[in-house]
Design a protein around this ligand. Sequence first.
Ligand code: NAP
Length: 212
Amino acid sequence: MNIGILGAGNVGKALGRGLVRAGYRVFISSREPDSPKHSAWKQEVGGSGDVTSFGEAARFGEMIIAALPWSGLKGVLETIDPADLKNKTVIDVSNAVHFDNGPRLLLVDTSAGAIIQTLLPESHVVKTLNNVSDKVMIHPQFKEGAPLMFMSGNDPSSKDQVRALLTDLGWSTIVDLGDIQQSRLQESIMLACVISEMQLQSPGSAFALLRH
Ligand SMILES: NC(=O)c1ccc[n+]([C@@H]2O[C@H](COP(=O)([O-])OP(=O)(O)OC[C@H]3O[C@@H](n4cnc5c(N)ncnc54)[C@H](OP(=O)(O)O)[C@@H]3O)[C@@H](O)[C@H]2O)c1
C-alpha cells in the first residue's frame, strides 16, 4: 500500500522508515523536499520511499498520515487539493500543546482530531500514535510488557485499516475509544504521559493496561 505522510520531521521520518520496513511504499513531504536534510532518510529507504511536496504526497497516498506541528497543519491542508484526500483515511498524530511554563493543552473544549475532521469532511480522520514519542512508535519494546495504543475515528473501515497498519508497526494492544470526539481523551493522555516522563525522568515511556 502507498502511504503519503504530510511532514518530514521526527515523526514523519520515523513512521516512514518503519512503514518501509513493513513493506509499504512511502512519500514523506516537506516545504523543502530537495533539502540535503532529507538525504540520509532517502538513502535509508532506497526505492521504497521519496521526499516530495505536500500535494504530491497526498496524491500518492492511499492512506495519509498528518505529522505536522499544530501551528502549521491547517495551512498545509489548505494547499492540498481536497480531491486528493477525499474518501481517504487520514491518520492524525498531532498534539496542540504549549511547553512554556509547563506543558498544557491549547484546546480545551475540543481536540486537534475533531478539528481536522471538520477541516476534512470528506476524509476519514483516525487519531492514533499521538501519545508516544517518535522513538517508541515503531516496534515498541518494554521489558514490563506491551504498551497500549488508542485510536478513535468515525469510520469503522478506516479504523480497521489503521489497526492493520499499527499491527504492522508492532503494536499488539490497540483500543478503539470510539468516534473522533474521543481524540480529546487521547490528547489529554498524551499530556499525562509527558508529565509522567518528566517527573520520573524517563523519556520514551508509554502507558500499558493491566488486565486480569
Ligand atoms: N516528536 C514526537 O515524539 C511526537 C510524538 C507524538 C506526536 N507528535 C506530534 O506530531 C506532529 C509532528 O511532530 P514532529 O516532532 O515530527 O515535528 P517536527 O520534527 O518539527 O517536523 C515537522 C514537519 O512539519 C513541517 N513543518 C513545520 N512547520 C511547518 C509549517 N508552519 N508549515 C508547514 N510545514 C511545517 C516541517 O517541514 P519542513 O521540512 O518544511 O521544515 C517538518 O517536516 C506534531 O503535531 C507533534 O505534536 C510528535
